[in-house]
Design a protein around this ligand. Structure first.
Ligand code: NAP
Length: 245
């Protein structure tokens, strides 16, 4: 029987790369999307193919670019003939003082995090609806639910938007495609690598588990949502934040 196929956006690094590893370990073929990190994507492809005997299709596309998204999804369908699960993980943040916010940065954040999530979902859903089956998992953030500090207000708005998008798409695609969102708290990835130690300690003190999450701890919840064990979960937002207060 054909292997299941997952398309993961922003899978060259961080949480997306962990999600790719998790699905590969579950015997999925993987479409591994990235925008800049060609070498990292190629290395991950080689690692997963060798270790799990699955196929990985690494493809460059900017999720905010409609034409590139259409081409990516078409090429993925040509390669594997179906997509069973989509993980909208690609995301960016540009934190600055509110008074220094540039509108170009603000727009780019919305375009990648929110409109990108919509674009890829719309394109993949066309095929999932034909199959009358599918799964979409969006990566939002606890910043999309609660307000912590205003330096990331543009990012927070984009992630709130992802939650709204999730509920709307779950309604639109029912009963064929389940659409859910994960809202991670702090996770140790490149996104937070510039954070100063003092600030990190302060943030950890607000987490019941007293530490940042690992990318694998997000990936395992994504895999659960994609599985039949989650067959009655739809239009939901699941916090994975170690108990962030
Ligand atoms: P990361 O380490 O910075 O990785 C970001 C990934 O997104 C990279 O693979 C990057 O590709 C890709 N990407 C960025 N812009 C893209 C675009 N326009 N088109 C396609 N791919 C693009 O980030 P991360 O921490 O793993 O974050 C993954 C997701 O989790 C994001 O949506 C983020 O908002 C969310 N999240 C993260 C945290 C956290 O604390 N880390 C917390 C809550 C939510 P290249 O490598 O090619 O640049």
């Amino acid at each position: 029987m054909d292997k299941k196929v997952v398309l993961i956006t922003g899978a060259s690094r961080g949480i997306g790369a962990s999600i790719a590893k998790k699905f590969a370990s579950l015997n999925y073929n993987v479409v591994l999307n990235y925008i800049h990190s060609k070498e990292e994507a190629q290395l991950l492809k080689n690692e997963l193919e060798e270790k799990y005997h699955i196929e990985v299709f690494a493809i460059q596309a900017d999720v905010a670019n409609e034409m590139e998204v259409e081409k990516m999804v078409e090429a993925s369908i040509q390669k594997f003939s179906h997509i069973d699960c989509l993980v909208n993980n690609a995301g960016i943040a540009i934190d600055t003082l509110v008074e220094d916010k540039k509108i170009t940065d603000f727009k780019r954040i919305l375009e990648v995090n929110l409109i990108g999530t919509f674009l890829v979902s719309r394109e993949v859903a066309k095929y999932m609806l034909k199959q009358k089956k599918g799964n979409i998992i969006n990566i939002s953030s606890t910043n999309g639910i609660d307000t912590y500090y205003p330096y990331s207000l543009d990012y927070d708005a984009s992630k709130s938007g992802v939650i709204s998008l999730t509920k709307n798409l779950a309604q639109e695609y029912a009963p064929f495609i389940r659409v859910n969102t994960i809202a991670p708290g702090w996770v140790d990835t490149d996104m937070n690598k510039e954070m100063d130690e003092e600030y990190k300690k302060e943030e950890e003190s607000h987490i019941l588990l007293k530490r940042f999450g690992k990318p694998e701890e997000i990936a395992s919840v994504v895999a659960f949502l994609a599985s039949e064990d989650a067959s009655y979960i739809n239009g939901s937002i699941i916090r994975v934040d170690g108990g962030l207060k």
